[in-house]
Design a protein around this ligand. Structure first.
Ligand code: F6R
Length: 609
């Protein structure tokens, strides 16, 4: 989950690396460092804490050189500290690493038994030792790396600088994302397109087991055996404005407000607006398969898992196909027995989450067709799945996922309609109704965003509760879980999401005057039942904030705050109900003085188990 950036052949290499690390800070932000080759020597600067600390050091004492590597860390082995920060430099070799070396204990013992000193607590430093040993033996950077790779087990993307090879850089990956940008007479290598975007749109994604070797303005791709391979350079499409805060105080707030537009964009490729019909051409190629699907499994983590839970309701109710949802980290270890004629859907914003990727591979091993719903194109999952769909949410920078969640919901709605259609379970009138409802959703979302001011004003009061219980039924149960997750991760407060009907089986004991109860009660077919759950919570002193359908007098009477949502179909409610919960978490966390875009202990892309 760390972010790595390398730059070869630019006078402004230090700035390019720091700017790149800034855009990758979402991947980890507990320490950072940079190493630059000045033609004679490699110099290195590292700092504990946010990138800003490294920048301050560099402002006083800049590093010189055209080639360099940088790293922003999310600690796995060894606590955040300067000594554990990358780059790790041993002898004349400096490396940055993203991933985990699983056999690090054996390697450590092996290196110690050779009389070598180990300076940090990290697994990554060992790579620098191994490359240094091999460079001394072979005198060549590429051959050295070829000899080191087989000694490493686990997931790793690594950039290497060598003092003896001032014009060269080598990068290799065994899983974590790594791509190379080809700018004018220079190269930028990074974990994410974001670090490359300002300089070039010509890129190549390295696949597992691939190496790029750069020498001045020449480059070659190799496989692990150092056999040269040919790879295409792609031209990618983007706009810089995607990664700016555009006047918002935080990326998260910008992304919350972007949601109506993102939702509309997510639908674009999948809807024929003129005919009010669903068009998924890539999926239509597999129409016979979809027709035969008897069971759908949705597998994901965190917020993506909650969108999958909503997906379960959509697929069962709209397409009439049985659907099961699983947390990827559980699925992969419980020896799942997938039935024939089933489809496994993997949902992942990043497309890199280690557990979800492992679940995808497991499903493929069992011979079951896999379909991804990712935001990041060319991500590992996107590349490995049999069928691809996309959230089309645009770049999401805030560590807490918001617009990707909304866009997953919209694609899951469309997919449910698609499945219903190929199975012959969908009347044209039903298709039209679904499409029209989805197309009208962005403007409803706009109206719900006006609750921003309410939460900005209420945050001081809300932050003093001892905890929050979020409750909902049906499609609002996963939304309750998502609301609680957002508050936990941003405000560091105790929050739980519950299926409202479960309250009497235990959680009611938690309720008193110090407990806020956020009740999701739009007027759907479970409304009456939800209201009785609400009465029960209120009778125990719960401070009820309710979110329901417009002009609900009953709900208003029962609540200290009532937030009304436009009246929409049951499958559209989640798009609207989640927005107040995102705003609540944002403003409470902000009022508590937390770093909303980069909450403690977290990183956006969880590429480790
Ligand atoms: C919470 C959040 C995480 C991610 C989870 C899965 O706000 O962002 O729970 O949803 O880490 O990430 P992806 O979707 O990239 O697989």
């Amino acid at each position: 989950m760390c972010g790595i950036v390398g730059c070869v052949g630019r006078d402004d290499a230090q700035d390019v690396i720091i700017k790149g690390l800034k855009s990758l800070e979402y991947r980890g932000y507990d320490s950072a460092g940079i190493a630059m080759h000045n033609g004679d020597y490699i110099n290195r600067t590292r700092a504990k804490g946010k990138l800003m600390n490294l920048e301050q050091k560099l402002a006083k004492d800049p590093l010189i050189g055209k080639n360099g590597i940088g790293h922003t860390r999310w600690a796995t082995h060894g606590p955040p500290s300067e000594k554990n920060a990358h780059p790790h430099s041993i002898g004349g070799v400096s490396i940055v690493h993203n991933g985990i070396i699983e056999n690090y204990l054996e390697l450590r013992d092996q290196l110690k038994s050779m009389g070598l000193d180990i300076y940090s607590d990290t697994d990554s430093e060992l790579i620098a030792h191994l490359v240094n040993i091999e460079v001394k033996k072979t005198g060549e950077l590429a051959s050295a790396v070829k000899n080191v790779i087989p000694q490493l087990e686990g997931a790793f993307a690594v950039l290497v600088l060598s003092e003896k090879h001032p014009d060269e850089m080598i990068a290799f990956t065994n899983g974590p994302p790594l791509l190379v940008g080809f700018a004018e007479e220079s190269f930028i290598i990074a974990s994410d397109l974001l670090a490359i975007m300002p300089y070039t749109n010509k890129v190549t994604y390295l696949s597992e087991g691939e190496i790029i070797y750069i020498n001045k303005t020449n480059y070659k791709f190799f496989n692990n055996d150092l056999k040269e391979i040919q790879k295409n350079i792609e031209t990618v499409d983007w706009s810089d404005e995607l990664v700016e805060k555009s006047g918002y105080s935080h990326f998260m707030l910008k992304e919350i407000f972007e949601q109506p537009r993102s939702m509309a964009k997510s639908l674009e490729p999948y809807i024929d607006v003129d005919n009010h019909s669903i068009t998924m051409p890539e999926l239509e190629k597999h129409a016979d398969f979809f027709k035969s699907v008897e069971q759908v499994y949705i597998i994901a983590c965190g917020t993506s898992f909650y969108s999958g839970m909503v997906g379960e309701y959509l697929i069962e109710k709209i397409a009439g196909v049985s659907c099961k949802v699983d947390i990827a980290s559980e699925f992969r270890y419980r020896e799942p027995k997938l039935i024939k004629n089933s489809l496994v859907i993997l949902i992942s914003q990043s497309g890199e989450t280690a557990d979800t990727l492992a679940a995808l591979r497991l499903a493929k091993e069992q011979g079951v067709k896999t379909m991804t719903l990712c935001n990041v194109q060319h991500s590992s999952m996107d590349r490995e799945s049999d069928i691809q769909t996309y959230m089309n949410a645009g770049v999401e920078i805030g560590v807490a996922s918001t617009k990707a969640f909304i866009c997953s919901l919209s694609v899951l709605n469309v997919f449910s309609g698609f499945l219903a259609k190929v199975k012959g379970n969908f009347e044209k009138s039903e298709e039209e109704k679904l499409v029209k409802a989805l197309l009208a959703t962005p403007s409803h979302m706009e109206s719900v965003l006006t609750y921003d001011k309410f939460f900005a004003d209420a945050a001081e009061r809300l932050k003093s509760y001892k905890g929050f219980l979020y409750m909902g039924r049906g499609v609002h149960f996963p939304i309750a879980l998502e609301g609680a997750l957002k508050l936990k991760e941003l405000a560091y407060m105790h929050a739980e999401g519950y299926a409202a009907g479960e309250m009497k089986h235990g959680p009611l004991a938690l309720i008193d005057e110090q407990m806020a109860v956020v009740m999701l009660a739009p007027q759907d077919d479970l409304y009456e039942k939800t209201i009785s759950n609400l009465e029960t919570a209120k009778a125990r002193g719960g401070q009820v904030i309710s979110i329901g359908t417009i002009q609900d007098k009953k709900l208003k009477e029962l609540s200290i705050n009532f937030l009304s949502l436009p009246e929409v179909d049951w499958n559209i409610n989640p798009f609207l109900a989640v927005i107040p919960l995102q705003l609540l978490s944002f403003h409470v966390a902000n009022a508590l003085g937390h770093d909303v875009d980069q909450p403690r202990n977290l990183a956006k892309s969880v590429t480790v188990e």
